[in-house]
Design a binder for this molecule. Structure first.
Ligand SMILES: [Zn+2]
Ligand SMILES: [Zn+2]
Length: 406
């Protein structure tokens, strides 16, 4: 089902990473060791005497962490996935791998049907290419745009936003590559969209939406379990009051906070949300229901300046100031940093322990997308998706499916 099935007979060299603290979902293991053969983890435990045939990798006293899983990411290093070329997909994925991401869900934006189909095909081709060579795993597409509410479209190209149309989205799902599917719950036809997304084993999500509690309940009944970037481009009690007047009604925020089956995500770049909101989201939802995402655009690792959000022809202009993207109307236009930045920021600005912070960037998104049997934590039998971090949580080396990325 994944876009890249790896051949286990290739690259059977046996490696042992030693001299580091292993980050497990429930704690830290000092003087730990992770061994892998080919693309699979074969041992996780305390450091011990090695026989000479094993190749040693010295973590130099840093952290041995699971590779990061990003379920919401638009591009990087000058490329947006919506550019729709294999070259653009390759460049963006490799840029995020340098920031510790080993499993990536390229994310669509509002755009025309041909542009979205072209993006999906390009991602499929690069997923296959990386599986045979070296690169992060493309675990599926996040069908994010085009089904946004017009009043919550944010920085995305407004012309491309529309209500869900089954003759269109059936073609996306027929590729069997969509693994995360977003739609604003108040749009006509949202329920049918959610039903089909669920039949395709997607994480079903509501985003760029001004939906009410009742609309969220209907969406939940149809399989919706996640809300994109909490507090950004979503409804609130004041926005419900504007829509329905009194009595004031519950919004997406209350629905997510009160319902333990709902998960969400935060953009922890330090520009979108103040520390108290990150702390609040972490305390209210906990590490098993809160994902860190980058929501990163093409300005990652690029100089400050003007860039296009979305496709290179259809996209909308934004400005990067070197810290975050800004739309011309003065609102934020998504992040420009990688997952390692989110991990450091969350660790420094909230009470979340390092295992919890790493969980939110790896195991939790893997669980929510139903790939945690394959990746998301350092466990025997899982894919050797590993990131070596120094004591300041900077990426030293990314290992994706047992291959060392530059
Ligand atoms: Zn968004
Ligand atoms: Zn986004």
């Amino acid at each position: 089902m994944t876009m890249s099935q790896r051949n286990p007979s290739q690259n059977e060299e046996h490696f042992a990473i030693i001299n580091g603290t292993v980050v497990l979902p429930d704690g830290l293991l000092a003087n730990g060791m992770v061994e892998f053969v080919g693309s699979r983890i074969v041992a996780v435990g305390q450091e011990e005497q090695r026989d000479r045939s094993v190749r040693i990798i010295d973590a130099k006293g840093g952290y041995i962490s699971p590779g990061f899983v990003d379920i919401h990411v638009h591009g990087g290093a000058g490329s947006d996935f919506m550019d729709g070329t294999a070259e653009a997909v390759r460049i963006a994925c490799e840029a995020h791998a340098r920031h510790g991401t080993t499993t990536i869900f390229p994310t669509t934006t509002t755009g025309s049907f041909p542009h979205i189909m072209t993006m999906i095909s390009a991602c499929e081709a690069v997923g296959r290419e990386f599986a045979g060579s070296c690169g992060p795993t493309l675990a599926g597409i996040h069908l994010y745009g085009p089904y946004f509410a017009e009043d919550k479209v944010g920085c995305h190209p407004k012309d491309g936003c529309r209500p869900p149309n089954s003759s269109e989205y059936e073609k996306y799902f027929a590729t069997n590559l969509i693994r995360v599917a977003t739609c604003a719950a108040e749009l006509p036809g949202a329920g049918e969209f959610y039903n089909l997304a669920r039949r395709h084993q997607c994480l079903v999500t509501c985003g760029h939406s001004n939906s009410s509690w009742n609309e969220m309940q209907l969406a939940f009944d149809a399989g919706m379990r996640h809300v994109d970037h909490f507090w950004c481009a979503m409804s609130s009690v004041p926005s419900m009051r504007q829509r329905f007047n009194v009595p004031m009604q519950g919004s997406m925020a209350e629905f997510v906070l009160m319902n333990s089956e709902m998960s969400t995500e935060v953009i922890a770049d330090g520009c979108h949300l103040a520390p108290e909101l990150l702390e609040f989201a972490y305390r209210m939802k906990g590490a098993t229901r809160l994902c860190l995402v980058t929501d990163c655009n093409r300005a990652l690792d690029m100089p400050p300046g003007e860039y296009l959000f979305g496709n290179a022809e259809e996209g909308t202009m934004f400005r990067s100031d070197g810290k975050v993207g800004w739309a011309p109307n003065g609102s934020l236009a998504s992040s420009i940093v990688g997952m390692d930045h989110m991990v450091r920021h969350m660790r420094q600005n909230t009470s979340a322990s390092l295992p919890d912070v790493i969980r939110m960037a790896s195991l939790t998104p893997a669980e929510r997308t139903e790939i945690s049997h394959e990746t998301g934590s350092l466990e025997v039998g899982k894919r050797a998706d590993i990131v070596l971090l120094d004591s300041a949580l900077k990426v030293v080396q990314t290992i994706a499916a047992g291959k060392f990325l530059a």
